[in-house]
Design a protein around this ligand. Structure first.
Ligand code: ARG
Ligand code: ZN
Length: 849
C-alpha cells in the first residue's frame, strides 16, 4: 500500500519515544510466501515522557494476533503501523504477523535472493518484518529463533543453540532495530579467526553460495586487517565471539553493518584474481573495513534519529579512508577521493538536490544516503582533525567512545567532545553540518620586498536548502615553493573564518609560488590566479603530492576548456609537464597513472556551467578525444617503455604495488591503442591471466572498434559468473560511441541475462549509461527517454534503486534549452505514473524544482 500524500519529517520535531524496551524475543517460521514472525517485547513507560502514545511501526504486515500481558487486544492498524491502549506500567507485547519474503522485490525487510533469505533493515526496513518502534534511539537486546529447512540459519550476536532446522541467537548488545539481521539458506562458510588485543579469540566466517568458495580469501584477510587496524589506531576491540559476513546477490547498496552479521552485496566482498580487477580489490577491502568499523562508530554508538546519519557514516567513511591510506598509498587514496567527491558530491551540492551534511527534513530517508552525508561528512571530519591536530583528535575520539558507548547520539554530542577536549568553540565550524552548498574560495597574491600576502575570499552560493550561507571555518593548508624548485615554507594550516581574510608570509628572498589547499584541506572550489608557468612549476616541484597532481589537472582543465571554447590546440606546457612526471621512475607508478587521467566529461560540463557557459556534450566529447590523441602523440616514444617496464610478470597479487604498476601500464596501453589499431590490446587480451589485464584489454579493443571477437569470447568464458557478466554489460555501455550508446543499451537490455530486477545488473547497464555523458545527453533526447522508460518500469519493483538513479537528471539545468525541455518532459512523464513510489516522487520533485 502506498501513501496518498507523502509526509515531510523534520529534525526540529524530534521527541523521545515514550517507552523503554528491556527485551525482544523474535521467532521466525520461514516460508517463501508465508513467513510467520512472532514477537515478544517487554515495554515500560519512559519516566516523564511527554508523548505516551503507544505506536509501533509496521508496513506490509498481516497481523494475525496481538496480546498485552497474555490478553488478546485489537490495536488500531493503519498502513504505517498500529496504536493500542496500554497499561501505565511495564507490560509484555506479543504479536504474530505474516509476511511474504518472495514478494518483497524492494529488497528492504526480509526478502529472498537466489533462494536464500536475507534482510536489509537500515534505515526503516524492520517495520516490514514485525510491529516495532523502528527508530534508532530505541535500543534493546534481541533473542532470535529461526525455524526453516536450511543448513545455515544466522542472526546477530552469539549462537545459543542449534538443532535440526532450528537455531537460536542472542545478541547481548542493545541495538536499534535497523541493525537486526537474519540469513537462512544453503550456504558454505569460509572460516577464519582473529585474536583480539586482550587475547579473546573471535571466530570469523564469510558465508557464500556454493561455487563462490574460491572468492573468499581476500575478504577474510581484509576483515582481519581491519580488526587489527581498529585496535592499533583507535583502540577499538571487537566485542562478540563471532563475526559473520554473508554475500548476497540482490542488494540495493554496497553492504550493511548489522551487529555481528554483516550482509554484503556480493560485488562488495567476493574477489579472485581471475574475476576481479585491482579496483575491485581495493573497493572490497575498503567496504569490509567500513562495515567492520561501524561496530564502534554506528553500532556501539548509534544515531538518535536519521537526521544524524552523518554521525556514523561520515565518521566511518573517514575511518575507512584512513585505513586504505595506511594499507596502500596515502597520496593515491587522497587523489582518488577528491576525484570522487568532485564527480558525485559537487554536482549534488551545486544542484537541486543540495542538502546539508545533516539534513533538516526528508520524506524518504533512503534518499539521503548521499555523497553529501557520506563523503562530505568525511571531509568535515578531516577538517576538524586538521584544525585541532592529531593528538587532540585522538583524545576527543577516546572521550567520544567513553562518554557515549551504548547511546544514540547527535552531531551536538560529537562536537561537544571536541569542545571539551580542546576548549575550542565549534559554533562556527558547525555550519559545515547545517548549511548546504560548495564554498567557492578565491585567492589572490601581493608581493612586496620579501613579503607575500595571500588574500582569500569565500562565498557559498545560495541553494534551495540554504538561502543565506554564512562563512565557514576553512583550514587552508599552504606551502611555498621557491623559484629553484625548493620548498621555502613547509605546510602550514591557515584558519580562515571570515568572508575575506589575508595571511602574510615574510622574510622571503625571491618571490615563491604558493601551493594552496594542499591535500585538498577543505571541500571547496578554489580559484587561484596562477599563471600556467607557475602551475607547471608546481607540477614539477611541489612537495605535496596532492597539489602536484592538482596542478597537472588544472592545466588539463585550462587546455580542455580553451579547446572547447575557442578550438585551441592542447597546451604544450601541460603536455611537457605531464611527460616529465610520468617518465620519472622515482615516482610511484600508481601516482603516475593518475597523472595520465583527464577531467571527466561531466566534470568539464560542471566547470563550464560554473563559469556561466552552456556545456555542449558533443563538443566536450570531441575535445576529450582530441586531447587523448594529442597525449598519445606527445608521449609516443615514452609509452612503449612505460608499458613494458610496468607490465607485471610475477604471479598476480592484489597489493598496491602490483596494482600501481598495472594501472600505469594500462594507462599507457589506452594511449598506445590509439595509434596501433588495438594490436597490443589484443596481445594483452590473449595473454591475460587476471581480470585487471583482461578487462583493460577488452575496453581498449572495444574503444578502438576492434572488440567484437573479444566481446564474444569474454561472454563465452564468463557466462556463468554474475559479477564478471556485470562488467561485460557495463563495459559495452561505457565504451560505446556516443552516437549509438542508446542503441547499445537497448540491445543489451534484450539480452537474456539482463535481469533488470537485480540491482547490480540494472546499474551495470542503466547506471553506466547515465554516466556516459555524451551518450546519455544525445541531442535527440533518446537517452533521456530510454532511462525514463526503465525508471518507470523499475519503480514499482524497487523504489530505492529507482530513486537513486534519478540523480542522473540532477544536472539538467546546466544544459541548453532543447535538452532542458526534453528532460523536463521525461521528469513529468515519470512523475505522472500512477502509484509512483515515495522515494522516486521525492527525488524527482526536488530535481524538477
Ligand atoms: N549503513 C550502510 C553503510 O553505509 C548503508 C545501508 C543503507 N541502506 C539503505 N537502504 N539506505 O554501510
Ligand atoms: Zn556506512
Amino acid at each position: 500500500m502506498r501513501d496518498a500524500a507523502p509526509q515531510t519529517i523534520y529534525l526540529a520535531d524530534y521527541t523521545p519515544y515514550g517507552f523503554i524496551i528491556d527485551d525482544v524475543a523474535l521467532h521466525f517460521d520461514l516460508d517463501p510466501r508465508k513467513t510467520r514472525v512472532k514477537s515478544r517485547i517487554s515495554f515500560r513507560p519512559t519516566p516523564d515522557a511527554s508523548d505516551k502514545t503507544f505506536f509501533l511501526h509496521g508496513e506490509n504486515l498481516s497481523l494475525v494476533s496481538a496480546m498485552i500481558d497474555g490478553t488478546p487486544v485489537s490495536p488500531e492498524v493503519t498502513p504505517q503501523g498500529l496504536t493500542c491502549d496500554v497499561p501505565d506500567a511495564p507490560f509484555v507485547w506479543e504479536a504474530e504477523v505474516e509476511i511474504d519474503p518472495m514478494g518483497n522485490t524492494a529488497l528492504e525487510g526480509l526478502y529472498m535472493s537466489n533462494g536464500m533469505y536475507c534482510t536489509q533493515c537500515e534505515a526503516e526496513g524492520f517495520r516490514k518484518i514485525t510491529y516495532y518502534p523502528d527508530r534508532p534511539d530505541v535500543m534493546a537486546v534481541f533473542t532470535v529463533t529461526i525455524n526453516g529447512p536450511h543448513p545455515v540459519l544466522l542472526s546477530n550476536g552469539n549462537p545459543v543453540s542449534s538443532g535440526n532446522d532450528t537455531a537460536e541467537w542472542r545478541d547481548p548488545w542493545p541495538k536499534p532495530a535497523y541493525l537486526f539481521a537474519l540469513v537462512a539458506g544453503d550456504l558454505v562458510a569460509h572460516p577464519g579467526s582473529f585474536t583480539t588485543k586482550s587475547g579473546r579469540k573471535v571466530d570469523l566466517n564469510l558465508y557464500v553460495r556454493p561455487g563462490d568458495e574460491g572468492k573468499c580469501a581476500f575478504g577474510m584477510q581484509a576483515l582481519k586487517d581491519s580488526m587489527k587496524w581498529d585496535e592499533d589506531v583507535y583502540g577499538r576491540e571487537y566485542d562478540l565471539d563471532l563475526f559473520n559476513i554473508v554475500a548476497v546477490d540482490d542488494f540495493n547498496m554496497g553492504a550493511m553493518e548489522n551487529k555481528g552479521l554483516n550482509i554484503f552485496n556480493s560485488s562488495a566482498v567476493l574477489a579472485s584474481p581471475e574475476t576481479s580487477t585491482d579496483m575491485n580489490f581495493e573497493r572490497i577491502e575498503a567496504i569490509i573495513a567500513h562495515e567492520y568499523f561501524h561496530n564502534w562508530t554506528g553500532n556501539r554508538i548509534t544515531c538518535r534519529d536519521w537526521f544524524q546519519l552523518c554521525l556514523k557514516e561520515g565518521l566511518t567513511v573517514y575511518r575507512d579512508s584512513q585505513f586504505t591510506s595506511d594499507m596502500r598509498s596515502a597520496a593515491v587514496k587522497r587523489i582518488g577521493d577528491v576525484i570522487d567527491l568532485r564527480a558525485r558530491q559537487f554536482p549534488e551540492d551545486q544542484g537541486p538536490l543540495a542538502h546539508p551534511v545533516r539534513p533538516e527534513s526528508f520524506q524518504e530517508i533512503n534518499n539521503f544516503y548521499t555523497a553529501t552525508v557520506y563523503e562530505k561528512g568525511a571531509e568535515v571530519i578531516g577538517m576538524l582533525k586538521l584544525l585541532v591536530g592529531d593528538a587532540a583528535y585522538s583524545k576527543a575520539l577516546d572521550l567520544y567512545f567513553d562518554r557515549h558507548d551504548g547511546q544514540a547520539c547527535t552531531i551536538e554530542d560529537w562536537l561537544q567532545v571536541f569542545e571539551d577536549t580542546t576548549g575550542r568553540d565549534l559554533g562556527q565550524f558547525k555550519r559545515w553540518y547545517s548549511q548546504a552548498g560548495t564554498p567557492q574560495l578565491s585567492v589572490t597574491e601581493s608581493w612586496d620586498h620579501g613579503t607575500l600576502t595571500l588574500h582569500f575570499k569565500q562565498h557559498t552560493p545560495a541553494s534551495a536548502a540554504t538561502a543565506d550561507p554564512q562563512p565557514y571555518v576553512l583550514p587552508i593548508a599552504v606551502g611555498l615553493i621557491g623559484q629553484d624548485g625548493d620548498e621555502v615554507h613547509e605546510t602550514t594550516v591557515l584558519e580562515m573564518t571570515q568572508a575575506e581574510q589575508s595571511f602574510v608570509f615574510d622574510d622571503l628572498g625571491t618571490r615563491p609560488v604558493a601551493s594552496v589547499l594542499r591535500g585538498f584541506s577543505a571541500p571547496v572550489v578554489l580559484t587561484q590566479d596562477l599563471s600556467d608557468a607557475d602551475r607547471a612549476h608546481l607540477l614539477a616541484h611541489d612537495t605535496d603530492p596532492f597539489n602536484r597532481w592538482e596542478q597537472g589537472r588544472m592545466l588539463a582543465y585550462g587546455s580542455l576548456l580553451a579547446m572547447i571554447r575557442e578550438g585551441k590546440a592542447p597546451n604544450k606546457d601541460w603536455l611537457a609537464g605531464i611527460r616529465a612526471v610520468i617518465g620519472d621512475e622515482t615516482l610511484d607508478p600508481a601516482y603516475r597513472a593518475l597523472m595520465l587521467g583527464l577531467p571527466s566529461q561531466s566534470d568539464l560540463a560542471r566547470a563550464l556551467s560554473e563559469a556561466g557557459d552552456t556545456p555542449d556534450p558533443d563538443i566536450i566529447y570531441a575535445a576529450t578525444e582530441a586531447t587523448r590523441a594529442a597525449m598519445a602523440d606527445a608521449f609516443a616514444d615514452l609509452l612503449p617503455t612505460l608499458y613494458r617496464r610496468h607490465t607485471v610478470d610475477a604471479p598476480f597479487e592484489p597489493n598496491a604495488k602490483q596494482a600501481g604498476k598495472r594501472a600505469l601500464s594500462n594507462a599507457a596501453l589506452s594511449l598506445l591503442t590509439r595509434n596501433d589499431d588495438g594490436v597490443l590490446a589484443q596481445e594483452q587480451y590473449d595473454a591475460a591471466d587476471n581480470m585487471t589485464q583482461q578487462l583493460s584489454a577488452l575496453a581498449n579493443l572495444v574503444r578502438a572498434g576492434r572488440g567484437n571477437k573479444a566481446v564474444e569470447a569474454f561472454e563465452a568464458q564468463w557466462k556463468a559468473d554474475r559479477l564478471v557478466m556485470d562488467k561485460w554489460f557495463g563495459l559495452q555501455v561505457m565504451e560505446a560511441d556516443p552516437e549509438d550508446a542508446h542503441e547499445v543499451v537497448e540491445t543489451l537490455t534484450k539480452h537474456p541475462d539482463f535481469n533488470w530486477k537485480n540491482p547490480n545488473r540494472f546499474r551495470a547497464v542503466l547506471g553506466a549509461f547515465a554516466a556516459h555523458h555524451a551518450g546519455f545527453h544525445h541531442a535527440s533526447g533518446a537517452g533521456y527517454r530510454l532511462l525514463a522508460d526503465w525508471l518507470i518500469q523499475l519503480d514499482p519493483v524497487n523504489p530505492q534503486t529507482t530513486a537513486r538513479m534519478c540523480s542522473a537528471f540532477q544536472t539538467w539545468k546546466r544544459y541548453d534549452a532543447d535538452r532542458q525541455d526534453m528532460i523536463k518532459a521525461e521528469l513529468d512523464r515519470i512523475l505522472s505514473q500512477p502509484g509512483l513510489s515515495r522515494d522516486t516522487t521525492e527525488m524527482l520533485t526536488r530535481i524538477r524544482g
